[in-house]
Design a protein around this ligand. Structure first.
Ligand SMILES: Nc1ncnc2c1ncn2[C@@H]1O[C@H](COP(=O)(O)OP(=O)(O)O)[C@@H](O)[C@H]1O
Ligand SMILES: [Mg+2]
Length: 343
């Protein structure tokens, strides 16, 4: 026998059904229930607001509220309270909908007895309790994960800063260039963790936002005059997991860096464009990084330059099972096609 009675609120407009439930509840052996009754949702909500309820038995068809809306209003009033939905025989789909929206259980009128009512109430209380624990532990993990992304980002930023400080002692222009490239590669990875940390869904990155931030950083890093080289970004909102976002980030970093570094010598003006298109039918993404600059050297095979930047791009595209093409007809245009990562 339990020490304290469980406070149950029954919201049911049919006095016959209410009486029956009261009788069933009084027949339960081994448990005590303190049953209150409301015949309208509005009075039920008042009682919920008063906080004297531990579990709610809720009929969805009431004089002042019908259907799933009845559940939604009760749940909104007291999200902490477990709810058992009472439903007619032909309304089971509605009850299942209520479960999906957060009800703990349902009972079909005329098809339960004292034992199953007792079981359902106890099940609802325990399930709600377990749900709360799972939510709390999920929140804890989210905080932890955020913290980790934050630290990874900070550490990468520190490495990038160390490279910068070291590079101040370098006189050789080629070596200096290599240091700046390395710094930007690390920064492009740090930015992934920064975006992962900020985005509401921790495992995902809004690649559009990432591209904007990355390109702005690169323009800044190359000290581009705002009037000199223009940046155009046309990117759909695409959410990517970290496994895909990291190589994408590095690829974009290399291609945009190349446009900034090689396409516009001697203060030449022009535009760098980043586009991300989605071909729904073919389940592919098409990433285009182009510039209106001097063009890729004629005698160069971009797949065999023997230089780290494009080699990295080729390897990463291969890793993602993508393809890469170069169009030299107007400046330099790299077109990369990837299969949708979640297919
Ligand atoms: N957008 C571009 N416009 C003109 N030339 C380019 C462009 N991108 C790459 N290149 C040429 O390809 C070469 C190889 O690029 P990359 O492998 O990234 O090495 P790096 O940038 O260190 O020189 C560059 O040195 C440059 O000559
Ligand atoms: Mg390069």
């Amino acid at each position: 026998m339990e020490d304290k009675p469980i406070k149950v609120l029954l919201v049911e407009d049919n006095p016959g059904d209410a009486r029956l439930i009261r009788e069933m509840i009084s027949e339960v052996r081994g448990a005590l229930f303190d049953l209150k009754w409301a015949d309208k949702l509005s009075t039920g909500l008042e009682q919920l607001a008063a906080g004297e309820v531990e579990v709610l038995l809720l009929d969805l068809l009431l004089p002042d509220s019908q259907g799933i809306n009845t559940f939604a209003r009760a749940h909104a009033q007291a999200p902490e309270i477990p709810i058992v939905v009472l439903t007619g025989l032909d309304d089971e789909t509605l009850a299942v909908k209520a479960i999906r929206e957060g009800a703990q259980d349902y009972l079909v009128k005329g098809q339960f007895d004292s034992n199953s009512l007792n079981r359902s109430i106890r099940h609802a209380i325990e399930r709600k309790c377990a749900e709360k624990q799972i939510k709390a532990s999920l929140r804890e993990k989210e905080i932890l994960l955020r913290e980790i992304h934050h630290r990874v980002k900070n550490n990468l930023q520190i490495i990038s800063s160390l490279l910068y400080l070291q590079s101040k002692h370098i006189k050789d222009a080629v070596a200096l260039d290599m240091f700046r490239d390395s710094q930007n590669r690390i920064k492009s990875m740090a930015l992934i963790h920064d975006k992962l940390y900020q985005f509401k869904d921790l495992g995902k990155i809004d690649i559009a936002e990432y591209i904007r931030a990355l390109a702005t950083d690169l323009f800044h890093s190359y000290g581009v005059e705002p009037d000199g080289v223009k940046l155009k970004i046309d990117v759909h909102e695409v959410l990517l997991g970290v496994d895909t976002a990291l190589p994408w980030g590095l690829i974009i970093n290399e291609l945009v860096s190349n446009s900034l570094k090689h396409a516009f010598p001697d203060g030449k003006e022009g535009t760098i464009r980043i586009e991300l298109l989605r071909s729904v039918n073919e389940h592919t993404f098409i990433l285009i990084v182009s510039d209106t600059g001097i063009g890729f050297p004629k005698d160069f095979d971009f797949r065999n330059t023997g230089t780290l930047g494009l080699q990295l791009v080729i390897t990463l595209v291969e890793q993602l099972n993508g393809t890469i093409e170069l169009d030299r007809s107007r400046g330099t245009e790299f077109k990369i096609t990837f299969a949708e990562p979640w297919c």
